[in-house]
Design a binder for this molecule. Structure first.
Ligand code: OGA
Ligand code: NI
Length: 374
């Protein structure tokens, strides 16, 4: 390694069994890739991915996808069909691709520009213009939570900010100061995606024959929680023995994602089929992902998706996720339009569930949700 790379580490605090603390230095994967290293440090290596459950790519025509245009209320027949596709998609996969989403092109390209502007800075400049807060919801510039050094680490760098509640990260340096318009651009984008996400949640409620606001009524404009996370996956010389993001469900009601530069990378497991499937995600579509709280609130009629990101040898990829949640103190429980179905999930407090999810993660299959099951 040369000097520049040796000095580029993210620092993670690890809690030992006996309660003592130590700091783990993790190379910044963007810097490894930038310096053309062909050897992936051991801490990122895992056994070759699912050689038996071989990943298959999925035909786009078979993957759930809806058009917001066709969901318009004046299009009665088309709307019915889209609602059905929405319900099926969330039941089977826990995610649905959304086209004709109406997010203006200039906002999307603005977001892409500021993200690339930030990640294009040197490591030192990045550290100078934004903080790292592993104990505050993992805000700022850094990488995924690291709980121990005996599990393989993900090949990822990331940047996390909170757009709502507005004042909750006051005094913290979580928004990059470079490019200068970073915050303004990302907040304008987030506002559009918030509206889109709320519309989709209303449509999901309708598709499950629930009252339109059954889910969105948990979102008070001032107190609702919206995190933005930018994931950067640099090219990786060992795509078979690494992951960009380990398998997980999102601890959210709903997550809305965009990606750019490459469309490969995100994979999902179907509820019954045991294969990892590459999501046929066109770069202009928004991916809507159901989190564990939507599974609980829908009494299991929506599945939260079990998903992961793979790495690619010669390609870099960015994704940007908006995570929607009610405040941590909110109690959520299954909502049914009548009493014809038994409740399979119980009441949980959002913050308690999240603590449980983080405590047990990472897991090799979808088990955290059992905490909320009867
Ligand atoms: C996430 C996530 C997927 C992606 O940020 O939770 O699942 O495509 N991202 O990067
Ligand atoms: Ni996710």
């Amino acid at each position: 390694m040369d000097g520049a790379t040796l000095n580029s580490f993210h620092e993670a605090t690890i809690y030992n069994q006996d309660g003592s603390i130590r700091t783990l230095k993790v190379p910044v994967v963007q810097e490894l890739a930038r310096h053309g290293f062909r050897e992936v440090p051991k801490m990122f290596l895992r056994p070759p991915l699912d050689t038996l459950n071989t990943t298959i790519s999925y035909l786009s025509k078979d993957f759930p996808s809806i058009s917001m245009e066709k969901l318009r209320v004046d299009k009665v027949e088309e709307r019915k069909k889209e609602l059905q596709k929405l319900a099926n998609g969330f039941k089977e996969w826990g995610m649905v691709l959304v086209s004709d989403h109406g997010i203006p092109y200039n906002l999307l390209s603005g977001v892409k520009d500021v993200i690339k502007g930030f990640f294009g800075l040197s490591f030192e400049e990045k550290k100078r213009c934004v903080g790292t807060y592993t104990t505050v919801d993992n805000m700022g510039y850094g990488r995924n939570f690291i709980k121990s050094d005996d599990k393989p680490l993900d090949w990822i760098d990331r940047l996390t900010m909170k757009v709502s509640p507005k004042e909750s990260t006051d005094g913290l340096n979580v928004w990059p100061k470079k490019p200068a318009n970073f915050r303004e651009v990302v907040e304008s984008y987030a506002e559009e995606v918030r509206k889109l996400g709320d519309n989709i949640l209303q449509a999901i409620a309708e598709s499950l024959s629930l009252e339109k606001n059954a889910f969105v009524r948990y979102f008070e404009p001032k107190t609702r929680d919206i995190n933005v996370r930018i994931n950067y996956y640099p090219p990786c010389p060992e795509p078979k023995s690494t992951l960009g993001l380990s398998p997980h469900t999102d601890g959210t009601v709903l997550t809305l994602l965009i990606q750019f530069d490459t469309s490969g990378g995100l994979q999902v497991k179907h509820k019954h089929k045991k294969l990892w499937v590459s999501v046929p995600w066109p770069t202009d579509a928004i991916l809507v992902n159901a989190g564990d709280f939507l599974e609980i609130m829908s009494n299991g009629r929506v599945q939260s998706s079990w998903h992961r990101a793979v790495t690619q040898a010669d390609l870099e990829r960015y994704s940007m996720a908006l995570f929607f949640n009610p405040p941590l103190s909110t109690e959520i429980e299954p909502i049914e339009s009548d009493n014809s179905r038994d409740y399979e999930y119980k009441k949980v407090i959002v913050g308690d569930y999240l603590q449980h999810l983080y405590k047990v993660s990472p897991t090799s299959s979808k088990v955290a949700i059992k905490y909320a099951m009867i």
